[in-house]
Design a protein around this ligand. Structure first.
Ligand SMILES: *Cc1c(COP(=O)(O)O)cnc(C)c1O
Length: 456
């Protein structure tokens, strides 16, 4: 007899993961190493430790340990807002009239409104353990800055956030949440760093970009004693921390004997998607199961679907290590789309390698189609989704509609990374019929890709 599946599958605290899963350990062909931006030699632990906390740098370079224990302090913090529910979207299935079974892992149940807190608390913990005074970072849409300011206040660390100027001006409430948690927030580019001054001189009045803000945050960290730089996405250490999402999802599915067919996530720098799919990709690489994995990105910033797999700079200032990844070029400033968390020019190296190997598929959507899916979902499932997350909703709905045509009863799992309360300007534009789609032309992308560093 089939077991009745509840609307929400919750795990017990005792079922929460005690170790993060490091997918690279199970990959036969590993992602290409990070390179020092000056010498172009593989970045060493000492190179990385100048910028990042030492233990995080170790995690960044660790390709051999499949499991890395989650320190007890971090597990205890996780217990305040995890395990996150795996929700069966019964209402959405019914509305779509699909035979597909749809599940989503909801990461929006904390003040940062996103999955970013899973890595922020880990990064703040290691910074504290190293005896640092504080950390610096950048934030685009504001979710990462919020998550990090929460984590830093918990561990009593100073937190300096460089916020992309357009977001700083458009999202004053995000800024106030960060200040409430004790962070200092500087609009980027700013006069407080050399690189900021240079960018302002070259582009007066610019609204900034994530790449500029990264450069300012790194400069601020390396020029202040007792500070390190932390990053909320893109890096493999962040994917590692985010594996809690996938590990919990896997346990929840197994509890009810459910086998997923399709697993979907939105992809900015790749951390939530990587975290969600890691344990399942591991199973597939070990020959234990088969899945279809789909990355969903905005048509305005299409690194996986239209970018090139090559070494590129991680930031505009060219101070971070070079990474081999799908990229549309570090200089490319994507159009001001409403999914700020997906506006990064490159993709995490592990996910890039999985895409190159044909294990990870990728699709892109324009923002009007994404907001249409967001509203359809909000009206029937009750949650107001973040525009970033809504990319995954769009793809999940489309997969479910394919099942309606074919009659296949596939099980679809997607990551619902966060809530959209700070994104109501985007919803307003959509409701007013004013939302525009920006799709780069082939010429624009070719121009940007022509500037990639020449590394064999
Ligand atoms: C930052 C963010 C993303 C994208 O980042 P990834 O590192 O690709 O996961 C997606 N959704 C939300 C809500 C975010 O805040």
């Amino acid at each position: 007899m089939a077991i009745e599946i509840p609307y929400k599958i919750y795990l017990e605290e005792s079922e929460m993961p005690k170790a993060w899963y490091n997918l690279r350990a199970d990959m036969k062909v590993k992602p290409a190493p990070l390179l020092d931006p000056k010498t172009h030699k593989p970045a060493t632990l000492d190179d990385l430790s100048a910028v990042f906390c030492r233990e995080l740098a170790q995690q960044e370079l660790n390709e051999t340990d499949a499991y890395i224990e989650i320190p007890e302090e971090i597990r205890n913090f996780y217990k305040m807002y995890r395990p996150s529910p795996l929700v069966r979207a019964y209402c959405l299935e019914k509305k779509l009239g699909t035979p597909a079974k749809i599940y989503y892992k909801f990461e929006g149940n904390n003040t940062s409104g996103s999955h970013k807190l899973n890595s922020a608390i880990a990064q703040a913990y290691y910074a504290k353990k190293q005896g640092l005074k504080g950390v610096t970072t950048e934030t685009g849409a504001g979710q990462w800055g919020t998550a990090l300011s929460m984590a830093c206040s918990y561990f009593d660390l100073d937190c300096r956030v460089f916020m992309v100027k357009v977001s700083y001006e458009q999202k004053p409430f995000r800024r106030e949440v960060m200040r409430t948690y004790g962070a200092s927030v500087t609009p980027s580019p700013s006069e407080t760093t050399e690189i900021g001054k240079k960018i302002l001189a070259a582009h007066p009045g610019t609204g900034g970009s994530l790449g500029c803000a990264v450069s300012e945050a790194v400069e601020c960290a390396v020029s202040n004693e007792g500070y390190r730089y932390v990053l909320g996405s893109v890096l493999n250490q962040v994917l590692l921390h985010q594996s809690v999402i996938g590990l919990e999802t896997k346990t929840a599915l197994e509890k009810y004997g459910i086998k997923a067919d399709v697993i979907i996530g939105c992809a900015g720098g790749g951390s939530n998607l990587g975290g969600l799919i890691s344990p399942f990709v591991g199973e597939q690489l070990r020959g234990e199961a088969n899945y279809k994995f789909i990355a969903v990105e905005p048509a305005s910033c299409p690194s996986l679907t239209r970018g090139k797999y090559a070494y590129d700079y991680a930031d505009t200032g060219m101070i971070c290590p070079l990474a081999k990844m799908y990229t549309i070029g570090a200089d490319y400033i994507p159009a001001p789309n409403h999914a700020g968390g997906l506006r990064y020019h490159g993709m995490n190296t592990t996910l890039s390698e999985l895409h190159a190997q044909g294990i990870l598929e990728a699709v892109s959507y324009q923002q009007t189609d994404v907001f249409a899916a967001a509203e359809e979902f909000a009206r029937i499932e009750g949650i107001l989704p973040a525009p970033e997350s809504s990319h995954a909703i769009r793809a999940a709905i489309d997969e479910a509609m394919k099942c309606k045509e074919t009659g296949e009863e596939k099980t679809i799992v997607f990551g619902l990374t966060g809530t959209g309360y700070f994104d109501l300007a985007g919803y307003k534009n959509y409701n007013d019929g004013k939302l525009q789609n920006y799709i780069p032309t082939d010429e624009e992308l070719a121009q940007s890709l022509a500037k990639l560093p020449n590394i064999g």
